[in-house]
Write a protein that binds this ligand. Sequence first.
Ligand code: PMP
Length: 459
Amino acid sequence: MNSTLHSNDISEIVEADRAHLWHHLIQHKPFETNDPRVIVEGKGMRVWDAKGKEHLDAVSGGVWTVNVGYGRETIAKAVYDQLVKMNYFANSAGSIPGSIFAKKLIEKMPGMSRVYYTNSGSEANEKAFKMIRQIAHKRHGGKKHKILYRDRDYHGATVATMSAGGQDERNAQYGPFVPGFVKVPHCMEYRKQWDVENYGERAADAIEEVILREGPDTVGGLCLEPVTAGGGVITPPEGYWERVQEICKKYEILLHIDEVVCGVGRTGKWFGYQQYGVKPDFVTMAKGVASGYAAIACMVTTEAVFEMFKDDANDPMNYFRDISTFGGCTAGPAAAVENMRIIEDEGLLDNTVKMGERTVNNLRALMDRHRVIGDVRGKGLFCGAELVVDRQTKEPVEEKKVQAVVADCMAQGVIIGATNRSVPGFNNTLCLSPALIATADDIDEITAAIDKALTKVFS
Ligand code: PMP
């Protein structure tokens, strides 16, 4: 496939980018001498850049978002049809796609009941934080307001979500933060913090220790990713979630699961928490909800939480005093309904399980030849390979070598990711999160590129 833009248009676009765009998450100095990367087209698993180079995208739009792949005309059509009929009204009123998607979503989430629309994962998380705080005020005189978050987890880029951000390296320059957020230890077994047999239970008990230290009557919420994403692709050890659930119940702590990455199929079930039999009070989701065809995020909660905001209807303070202007856009839910239909009709959850296993098996097979791979982790199409200098000491490889592997794959035409930078022990995991439509050939092409890149960088 060739780009439909002419080379003149392209050079103008690249120049406009260089002159006026401020890209996310990147140092711009190199763009003074190199062209910024501009992606101009996509189809299925592949994207084309402004230079006409084709790439196999192993990270679903860079940040595990485009779950159903690029170029889905039926989603574009659903959005178009909806926009010409009714594009927007504030969500104090409802909409046709808003109602339809809420119903379909709740069918996939037994035990949950209410959907609150917003624009981004960060914002969805803030909605849950605000509800937990409001419940603390309504039920506990404001005292049970603290929210626990976990080391290495990420919940967003706003100041409140950074206050619940477990990746210190991201936060270092943006404090002071919002009070009332308290960190608990991560649960990564590969980098053990406790020398015990039941690692999952022990890591969950560490949460209880923090609750007891802070005072259970001060802790209202616990916010966790089902599988930690950018913080290191950390899959929970066995027994972890069961114990987390017990602890929340014991201390009446509302469990908020951040499914911004894991939600809508990424792990091979509709939601990551469903892998572990957990019953959350809040679930937030964003990226895969409409696969990036429209901006939409959801905060989903139970009827029990919803009911708390209905008692004493004559009290003017007694409702959720919150709005998200673009939570009233209809493009998001219209795209989300079609996105969900595609996942169902094309059997993408089953494909995710199969292709996820293939990815992990391929990466494990590389361990024989590449001593630098210390650990391979994954759940569905959400996989990581941690790179270490020495398998015994688990000393991480230098960050620049991880970046060299990513760059070499890019040169081969395969886009892979790596976990966040500048943290010893956590900046060294290659990340793969291809679209849920990936075929066996795609997976083999991705892992073959990694194989070549590791040979080049480490021999
Ligand atoms: N939670 C998790 C787990 C995420 O990975 C992200 C985004 N990377 C967010 C929340 C924030 O989402 P957004 O960028 O849409 O605000």
